[in-house]
Design a protein around this ligand. Structure first.
Ligand code: ADP
Ligand code: ASP
Ligand code: MG
Length: 436
């Protein structure tokens, strides 16, 4: 079985939905994971935000606008009145539900329900289109197999146990369609896998079903060697090692959800990044082959906060680092980069929900400095110590910028720099010029 995930722009208009169906039909069998139509998740979050602020009028104005847009999509997508009526009835139900949130006090759980409607609508529309053109495609509901556990991690065992029977009972179906992004939590409440999480859904399903390949179809021809939103003349990287792709996704390459490579890697299922607008382009294959002596790509992760603690007590002391790291653990805040010296340690975080608590605790052990609006620049490729000379090329590219931290040697595939966010574009461009 092949898994094919289509992102927001790939299902962003009625014509794009038809294109997706044509691409899917080139395969004998596949399981199709869909995102919400582009813009819909943002609109739904805005509607939820109006409700949260008690502004029901603006919520209903936005709901009416979105409803009108979907009604127009229905008219353009289907040619039979049967398919139009069936889809309209389903979507009317969703929009009535959206309006019904005005009747009670708004809760954070309602936001999760509201944002789930995007993928529920897009999958319903595409499934009905398949059926209108006479191709048997079965819509399977992500809430029936995609769950997170107490630690908010996807429950792989549950997924595997519940998705296989759904496929077996529909053994004659060529195509299966499901929602990316959305899931239930361990208390059976509606939840999601965070923004961009449809990639993660596809990878988790691909791993559970031991798929032949997981195809991520998007609006660009694969992973580029630098961020195309900030650098001109980037080019696609045709092959990446799993670890390299994981580092790039984690450190800001938006084409992939940060954790989406991990399940595929664990199950040894290759991932392909392909362009819906240019289906013949080679794209990027992510697999277990490691190409030595090559720098593959550069990525950047914004909104990073650096925390430095300096203490004379660290000198020749054991247990100091443990105390520092325990503070981050207590406040459920992962650390991205670490550098140490004889008297101090610098760390970066991107979740600042507990920054004040962390700083309060750290102050018990030393002098604390916090730098906000920082950015991690990450260079990925063969950075094993025996591959000489790349580090100096990289630092040479950044020679005119103030660098706050450098992290090297933690993995064989990455070197990271912490710089000010304002210098991000200059840094990315300089690296492209020097390296590619
Ligand atoms: P989808 O809606 O299909 O999930 P996304 O917007 O999440 O698509 O991801 C695709 C976008 O990722 C591209 O349009 C591009 O702007 C951005 N992007 C950022 N870094 C990279 C990179 N290194 N290579 C390719 N695309 C990248
Ligand atoms: N629709 C969700 C989002 O916009 C999930 C996804 O597209 O992957 O974040
Ligand atoms: Mg995405």
């Amino acid at each position: 079985m092949k898994i094919q995930k289509f992102g927001g722009t790939s299902v962003g208009s009625p014509q794009r939905m038809k294109d997706v169906v044509n691409l899917v039909r080139k395969n004998e069998r596949s399981l199709v994971v869909l995102s919400a139509m582009s813009g819909t998740t943002n609109s739904l979050l805005e509607i939820a935000d109006y409700y949260a602020k008690g502004n029901k009028d603006s919520a209903s104005v936005m709901i009416a606008k979105l409803h009108a847009k979907y009604n127009q999509h229905i008219d353009e997508l289907y040619s039979t009145s049967e398919a139009k009526d069936k889809t309209r009835q389903f979507l009317d139900g969703i929009f009535t539900k959206l309006l019904s949130y005005s009747k009670s006090a708004f809760t954070p759980q309602m936001q999760k329900e509201i944002v789930s409607f995007g993928e529920i609508m897009s999958t319903n529309m595409v499934a009905n289109y398949f059926n209108e053109i006479g191709v048997k495609a079965v819509l399977i509901n992500a809430f029936d197999f995609m769950r997170t556990d107490k630690d908010k991690e996807p429950d792989l065992h549950y997924l595997s146990e519940h998705i296989k029977p759904l496929i077996e009972t529909n053994n004659d179906a060529q195509y299966f369609i499901t929602q990316g992004f959305i899931c239930l939590n361990h208390e059976d409440e509606i939840d999601n896998l965070q923004r961009g999480g449809s990639d993660y859904t596809a990878s988790l399903i691909g791993a559970a079903l031991k798929a032949d390949v997981i195809e991520i179809w998007t609006d660009i021809d694969g992973m580029h060697n630098n961020d195309p939103r900030y650098v001109d003349n980037t080019s696609p990287v045709h092959q990446l090692y799993f670890e390299e792709a994981a580092e790039l996704a984690y450190f800001g390459a938006k084409i992939l959800h940060p954790t989406c490579v991990l399940p595929a890697k664990a199950a040894c299922v290759p991932v392909k990044l392909l362009n819906t607008m240019e289906p013949e382009a080679e794209g990027t294959t992510i697999n277990n082959a490691f190409l030595p002596h090559a720098i593959k790509a550069v990525a950047a992760k914004d909104n990073i906060t650096a925390i430095k603690i300096v203490s004379s007590r660290m000198l020749l002391q054991t247990g100091f680092l443990r105390k520092v790291f325990e503070i981050f653990e207590t406040f459920h805040t992962p650390i991205d980069m670490v550098t140490t010296s004889e008297v101090g340690v610098s760390m970066t975080i991107d979740n600042t929900d507990y920054l004040a608590n962390i700083v309060d605790e750290l102050k018990k052990y030393g002098t604390v400095e916090v730098d906000k609006e920082m950015c991690i620049i990450c260079v990925v490729g063969d950075l094993r110590s025996e591959n000489k000379g790349f580090e100096s090329k990289i630092t040479n590219a950044l020679r005119n910028l103030p660098i706050r931290m450098i992290s090297y040697g933690g993995s064989n595939y990455n070197i990271s720099f912490l710089i000010q966010q304002a210098d991000k574009q200059v840094a990315l461009r300089a690296l492209s010029e020097e390296l590619f």
